[in-house]
Design a protein around this ligand. Structure first.
Ligand SMILES: *Cc1c(COP(=O)(O)O)cnc(C)c1O
Length: 393
């Protein structure tokens, strides 16, 4: 069966290929999450046992309430909420803390959703420059804060920096940044979209006021899904409950949280996150092996003459930016399929990713591949290189 409905084909990329797409591997579902999607797929399925005071995170059957407290504990924070993507976590925090005329400190490698969350609140981004290793340091954050203070006469309202960025997958000095944030009394949101759910992350140890994760990026969960976690100190502000009173009816809506618009991830997305959670908890302990595999692969990849790695080395993440402009791109220039030749050759070997047409600087992610798949992947690149006359050392 190739179609699930007219015009909608079956998606079987994960079953049929080795997928090294930069953003997809750690969002791949567990079998339990797949079952949850089917069983809880009906609209308001999580509302079966919702009782007064009627809020999603208070429901105990299935154990949504318990999941929220387990999640907060898992992340080393006091409170956790589920949200439709990391971006909705940024939005809730930024709009609670910054407004028109305010500045928010972000990274020069900030994700577009961070820009948009700041723009939505009417504030402006102020980017911290990278150091020579493409890393954001506490020192550079402090310099930027001073610059903003000089220029605007005010301190920035929030520091929003990625644990691992999406461009290089480099690790940034989040503990150093948290320290600077404390010194200035500015809240710090650590964007852990690329780390919560694949490696151990503890907000308290980092010193973050907010920790945001992505369900569909790194937590084996369907889209959209994400996590916003915070401390007791900030919960009152960002998770404030409604105060609105209807002028005619005098109605109030009690404990509904304003930034969450009452209830957030209803139905199968939440239950699928919960179903993946036990596996996610276990898999973060295996992060060192994920790094061993990715570093092994990249050492093999570097044996291809002209190949280079643009991310920091050795890798601390499975997302890596590579440069093949002095190897595969030289082939692409004389190939009739141009840059598509590499993707064609990889696809022939049942390997897919994002590299449609890209043969200069591109990204790959080896998360979750077995050792056999890692070795096969390394051999495939070397084989293609040899076939096109590129030397393999
Ligand atoms: C993927 C990503 C996001 C967006 O996450 P969503 O869950 O899709 O909203 C934000 N920041 C970084 C650094 C990312 O890599």
């Amino acid at each position: 069966m190739r179609y699930i409905a007219e015009d909608i084909e079956v998606r079987a990329r994960e079953e049929l290929f080795i997928n090294i797409h930069p953003i997809q591997p750690a969002g791949r579902l567990t079998p339990e999450a797949m079952k949850a999607l089917i069983a809880y797929g009906d609209g308001y399925s999580t509302c079966d046992w919702c009782v007064k005071p009627f809020r999603l995170d208070k429901i105990r059957r299935p154990p949504i309430y318990e999941f929220h407290s387990d999640l907060a504990e898992f992340l080393g924070m006091d409170e956790a909420r589920v949200v439709p993507g990391a971006r909705r976590g940024f939005q809730a925090v930024v709009s609670s803390i910054a407004g028109p005329g305010d500045s928010v400190i972000v990274s020069s490698l900030a994700h577009y959703t961070e820009f948009l969350a700041v723009e939505d609140a009417g504030a402006v981004v102020k980017e911290v420059p990278l150091n020579e290793k493409n890393v954001i340091t506490g020192e550079n954050v402090a310099k930027k804060i001073e610059e903003v203070r000089r220029e605007t006469g005010k301190l920035p309202k929030l520091i929003l920096i990625d644990h691992f960025d999406y461009m290089f997958g480099n690790e940034h000095d989040i503990k150093g940044i948290a320290k600077v944030a404390k010194e200035y009394g500015i809240p710090f949101l650590c964007n852990a979209a690329y780390s919560v759910g694949v490696m151990p992350v503890n907000g308290r140890e980092i010193g973050a006021d907010f920790l945001v994760g992505s369900g569909h990026k790194s937590f084996a969960s369907p889209a959209p899904s994400g996590i916003l976690a915070t401390t007791k100190e900030w919960a009152d502000r960002v998770l404030r409950t409604t105060q609105m009173v209807g002028d005619v009816t005098k109605r109030r809506f009690g404990i509904k949280e304003v930034e969450m618009l009452g209830c957030t991830l209803m139905g199968s997305n939440l239950i699928a996150m919960m179903a993946s959670f036990p596996a996610v908890r276990e898999r973060v302990k295996r992060w060192p092996e994920e790094l061993e595999k990715t570093n092994y692969f990249l050492r093999e990849f570097l044996r291809i003459k002209g190949n280079a790695i643009l991310s920091e080395m050795p890798r601390k993440h499975t997302l890596t930016k590579v440069d093949t402009s002095k190897s595969f791109d030289l082939v692409a220039r004389r190939h009739k399929r141009r840059g598509f030749f590499l993707g064609d050759e990889l696809r022939k070997r049942r390997i897919i990713g994002e590299f449609l047409g890209a043969t200069r600087a591109w990204k790959l992610n080896t998360y979750g591949l077995t050792w056999d798949q890692i070795k096969y992947l390394a051999q495939a690149f070397q084989e293609i290189a040899r076939e096109y006359g590129i030397e393999v050392e």
